[in-house]
Design a protein. Structure first.
Length: 142
């Protein structure tokens, strides 16, 4: 929960609202964001790539072979190693996780949320799927 909000989640009296650009800047300052080649290395070394793009984008642009596809609204439930709805890949809080959205914006917020669950090695891909594809890394038809 943001320091800007009280226990109820509401903005504290007299504090200014935070815009999305400022929120992204704050969130990203706590992440070690990585590029496509490094993300591929994480995957090759046993880390988990998590594609949170919505279905229409996956159908249009393709998939990263081996990436776990999880809709954004299910992400925390599927990756919490202690959760009853976890994906079989969500084995440990020590797992290296790279969250991938289309262009690298929503993934920053998603990775920060995973870190709040104790997934301390969660991060995201700078430029998202589009950067992965532009780097010539593996993509397959949906």
């Amino acid at each position: 929960m943001s320091a800007e909000r009280g226990a109820s989640g509401h903005q504290a009296e007299g504090e200014r609202p935070v815009g999305i650009d400022e929120l992204l800047e704050r969130v990203r300052s706590g992440l070690d964001r990585i590029g496509p080649q490094e993300a591929y290395g994480v995957f090759r070394d046993g880390g988990l790539l998590v594609d949170i793009r919505y279905a229409a984008l996956r159908e249009r642009d393709g998939l990263i072979p081996g990436a776990l596809v999880v809709e954004r609204n299910e992400l925390e439930w599927r990756l919490d190693p202690q959760g009853s709805h976890r994906a079989s890949e969500a084995v440990s809080h020590d797992l290296r996780i790279v969250v991938i959205c289309n262009e690298g914006y929503a993934s920053s917020l998603a990775a920060a949320s995973l870190r709040q669950l104790g997934l301390r090695h969660a991060t995201d891909l700078v430029g998202g799927f589009q950067a992965w594809k532009a780097a010539g890394l593996p993509v397959q038809a949906a």
